[in-house]
Design a protein around this ligand. Structure first.
Ligand code: HMG
Ligand code: MG
Length: 313
């Protein structure tokens, strides 16, 4: 892919998780039509990998209960991959019935978070995911993996990064084309993130890894920048900075897509995403759909749009 004049990768790929990770934690529940409008807006802004929902228990995450209808309503496009999150075989069956081609499986690197999130031990999850991924491979699906809490767990504190690397390797062996390293509650800090990513990149090529940042403590962009510096090229973000894991106290939004696109633009890293169009999507989410947005760049752009008399008062 090459590097630019700042010795950063010349290109980076954004993996948009707003319609799943963002909306799963939203007070306002979007209907199918609104979700489709959101996803089409993201495509229009240049996003090519979009997580559009999950097949989890609707009692646990009611916001995602209509993922099958969303998937069915989306136009098929050769240049866009729609992803859905599946926790188990039951979820995979729902995804297959709805015509999903790309699935993301997930587990945590901390026992307590895994138990709270999916009611399983890590070993039980790995065993279940072996079955899920075998069926998915049989259906010629593309598989992505997530490992959560890799820079810290809200219940256990620090996590053993050697274990993170083992779980990542296990997911790749199961057929995951990429594993996303999740800072589920934004506990990562730049030098820790850099050291851990260097270790991960010693073992796996950058195409096999993604960085999934939450901006809980305002370190999302700093962590993304050190990620870029050590060679990471795929970043999960959420439009408007929506989101958070409902089973991780204090998990606020994902790193905002606008925030990262803006920083990458200033650093001369190409993303193929149009910032102005992305802001239109956030505007739709906040003004028409009533969601809560945390993206700093979006807030700045909104303030700039206000009449000067109000902006300065
Ligand atoms: P469980 O209660 O242990 O499931 O939940 P079970 O296998 O014991 O079955 C109990 C009942 O649930 C049964 O129904 C099953 O059929 C049903 P009953 O027989 O009692 O009528 N069931 C399901 N229903 C719908 N969809 C399913 C499903 N599976 C079983 N897939 C389960 C286990 C995983 C389902 C549950 O714990 C769950 O849904 N958890 C939600 C987890 C979640 O969505 N968390 C947020 C996403 S992860 C995240 O945000 C982190 C990430 O962004 C990365 C990062 O930031 O680090 C990815
Ligand atoms: Mg997340």
């Amino acid at each position: 892919m090459g590097t630019n004049k700042h010795a950063l990768p010349a290109k980076a790929r954004l993996f948009e998780v707003g319609p799943r990770d963002g909306l799963q934690n939203e007070r306002v529940h979007l209907n199918v039509q609104q979700k489709v409008e959101l996803i089409l807006g993201l495509i229009d802004a240049g996003m090519r990998d979009i997580e559009v929902g999950s097949f989890v228990h609707p009692k646990w995450i009611p916001q995602m209960a209509d993922t099958d209808a969303v998937l069915r309503a989306l136009p098929k496009r050769d240049d866009v991959r729609y992803w859905v999150l599946v926790p188990n075989l039951r979820g995979l069956e729902g995804a297959i019935e709805a015509g999903a081609e790309n699935i993301a499986v997930f587990l945590s690197s901390s026992e307590s978070h895994n138990k709270k999130n999916i009611n399983r031990s890590i070993d039980e999850s790995l065993e279940s995911l072996r079955e899920v991924t075998a069926v998915a491979r049989g259906e010629a699906m593309t598989i992505r993996g997530y490992v959560s809490t890799v820079f810290g767990c809200p219940y256990e504190g620090d996590v053993d990064f050697t274990r993170v690397l083992e779980i990542t390797g296990a997911l790749i062996e199961m057929g995951a084309s990429q594993v996303s390293l999740g800072d589920t509650t934004g506990m990562g800090s730049p030098y820790q993130v850099r050291d851990r990513l260097e270790r991960a990149l010693d073992v796996f090529p950058t195409e096999q890894l993604a960085l999934h940042l939450h901006d809980t403590r305002g370190l999302g962009l700093a962590n993304a920048l050190v990620g870029l510096e050590v060679g990471m090229t795929t970043f999960d973000t959420s439009v408007g900075g929506m989101g958070g894991c409902p089973y991780a106290p204090g998990a606020s939004g994902n790193l905002g897509s606008e925030d990262l696109v803006h920083m990458l633009q200033t650093a001369g890293v190409e993303t193929g995403v149009d910032l102005a169009r992305l802001l239109d999507v956030s505007h739709l989410l906040e003004n028409d759909f009533g969601t809560t947005l945390n993206s700093r760049f979006y807030r700045y752009a909104q303030a700039g749009a206000r009449p000067a008399s109000r902006a300065t008062s």
